[in-house]
Structure formats: C-alpha cells, structure tokens
Design a protein around this ligand. Structure first.
Ligand code: ROI
Length: 160
C-alpha cells in the first residue's frame, strides 16, 4: 500500500456538492482504502473571468498502479459531467494525483509530484490537514517549508 494524495477542484454546478460526490467515489476505488479528506477551501480562480473554485485534498492508500489510478480518477471526472472545452477552462470536477508514495513519475499522461502543487495555497493548506509537516517532496523540500513560502491569502476555509 502506498499513501496517495489527490487534489480536488470544482468551479461549476455546486462545487461543494461535486467534491462530496467525488469523495464518495474515491471511497469505492478498487484495491484502495479511503483515508480522509480535508476541509473545503474557496478561492478566486488563478485565471480571471472564471467562477470561484472550491478545492480540497483527499488521501487514500492503494495498491493500484499510478496509471490505473489515473484512469479511475478520469472516469470519476467524466461520471460527474466533466467536459473539456478548453485546457484551463471552468470544470465540474478536477482530480489530480499530487503525491504517490515517494514516487517520481514522468509519464506523458502523468507527472508526480504534481507540477504546480509547490506554490498553490489551495493545494498546500488542505494537504497540510492530512499529511505531516515533515512530509518531504522529491526535491527535498518539506511541506512545512513550502507552506512558509506560500501565505494563506485569498483562501476561505469552509466546512465540508
Ligand atoms: N484556481 C483555483 N483557485 N483553484 C483551482 O483548482 C484552479 N484550477 C485551475 C486554474 C484555472 C489554474 N485556477 C484555479 O486549473
């Protein structure tokens, strides 16, 4: 079993409800055990002109292979009505593999650790609810160091 952290985001069609449904779906993944989910956090989109996002992080333990997990997460996204109109467009549900044990994955379909997680408050603060501050990323930085460089600005913590 490896500990896997999954970033969740939505800014369409009742985002908090989308995240709650995603949590239910994650709890049904094969060969996996659901560990927990952070609180939900609202923030403005990094791109102007989009609705605000609701984000959270979930943790699972799994024996799934990374690309099998990716397939399963994309199936959940599609199941919840995701349509990809434009690369960075608004979405009903986005599920990103942030960390997969201590693996470094460089596949055409999947890069782990997730490329932007190091500086995004809406990823790091919910992650910190589930992971130890001593958690070390592939580049040697710890979660607590990343948090120190990533102020809690523009985030609103809401109950799930
Ligand atoms: N902004 C926020 N706040 N949360 C996201 O999940 C998010 N995802 C994106 C872009 C459009 C970059 N902005 C975001 O893909």
């Amino acid at each position: 079993m490896e500990r896997i952290y999954i970033g969740m985001g939505s800014n369409l069609a009742d985002p908090a409800d989308q995240l709650r449904s995603a949590v239910q779906a994650l709890a049904q993944l094969p060969d996996s055990r659901f560990v927990g989910v952070s609180a939900f956090y609202q923030s403005d989109s990094l791109l102007p002109g989009q609705p605000r996002y609701t984000n959270a992080v979930a943790a699972i333990d799994s024996t799934l292979a990374p690309l099998d997990l990716l397939d399963a997460l994309q199936a959940i996204e599609l199941d919840q009505g995701r349509e990809r109109h434009e690369r960075w467009g608004p979405r009903t549900l986005d599920l990103d593999i942030l960390l997969f044990g201590d693996r470094l994955i460089d596949d055409a379909r999947l890069k782990v650790p997730h490329y932007h997680m190091h500086a995004r408050p809406f990823v790091l603060y919910p992650l910190a609810e589930l992971a130890p501050a001593s958690l070390q990323l592939a580049d040697g930085r710890t979660l607590s160091q990343l948090l120190a460089d990533c102020p809690f600005i523009g985030l609103e913590r809401i109950a799930p």
